[in-house]
Design a protein around this ligand. Structure first.
Ligand code: SF4
Ligand code: F3S
Ligand code: FES
Length: 232
């Protein structure tokens, strides 16, 4: 099928402002948007810039606004989009070039919630055991691939980039609700600040955007309750 692919482009070194570039690309219905972008870059215009790595929905590098929705370019099939496709960079982060955005603020928020295991107890001889139920308690958060589709679809993040955002809160949830972790007080303190969970207005865009089908808003609500009652 013939696809009209419109890409939002911007090179700050030579463009006064962003513009739409249009390409006609021959595609199979089972191709992904990433295949089309690769075709443009490899055969039509090598200056097109975007991130990608695994091409299989694992690394989280190619979140983009595709036909108005945040998705992973390597996971969306052309047959589900039709023959007119628009691709833009994710919103709320500075565009470095074309579809490439500055991810530093996103990862700063990630680091702020201490996304690592904290436990100063003496290391046991064997594993730090937990029950199946305890492991289940934080399972959803372990599926996050840090693609930023959630945070960059959040209207609160768009207007206030200092909001830690849903991805950081999902990561915090993963450790807050881990029965082996002892860093909950430190994390809840961070999340109780004016850049934390109380910024969330339950818009649900994040849940709709998540390519891993993580119930992001639900996890945020659980973290809000943990902050409120200081217990998990
Ligand atoms: Fe991506 Fe979902 Fe993780 Fe957000 S919660 S960063 S959308 S995988
Ligand atoms: Fe934003 Fe998601 Fe809350 S879109 S307002 S973080 S529910
Ligand atoms: Fe890795 Fe799409 S390229 S998730």
């Amino acid at each position: 099928m013939q696809v009209t692919l419109k890409i939002h482009r911007f090179n700050p070194e030579k463009d006064q402002k962003p513009y739409w570039a249009e390409y006609q690309v021959e595609a199979e219905p089972g191709d992904r948007v990433l295949d089309l972008l690769n075709h443009v870059k490899w055969y039509l215009d090598p200056t097109l810039t975007y991130r990608r790595s695994c091409a299989h929905g694992v690394c989280g590098s190619d979140a983009m606004l595709i036909n108005g929705r945040n998705r992973l370019a390597c996971k969306v099939l052309i047959k589900d989009l039709g023959n007119k496709i628009t691709v833009e960079p994710i919103r709320g982060l500075k565009v470095e070039k074309d579809l490439l955005v500055d991810m530093d603020p996103f990862f700063d928020a990630y680091k702020a919630v201490l996304p690592f295991f904290i436990n100063d107890d003496p290391v046991p001889a064997g594993e730090r055991l937990q029950s199946v139920e305890d492991r289940e308690r934080f399972d959803q958060g372990t599926k996050c691939i840090l693609c930023a589709a959630c945070t960059t679809s959040c209207p609160i993040f768009w207007v206030n980039g200092r909001y830690l955002g849903p991805a950081a809160i999902v990561q915090a949830h993963r450790f807050i609700f881990d029965s082996r972790d002892k860093g909950t007080d430190q994390r809840l303190k961070v999340l109780n600040q004016n850049t934390g969970v109380w910024r969330c207005r339950t818009a649900y865009n994040c849940t709709e955007a998540c390519p891993r089908e993580i119930p992001v808003t639900q996890l945020i609500e659980e973290v809000k309750r943990a902050v409120l009652y200081q217990q998990v």
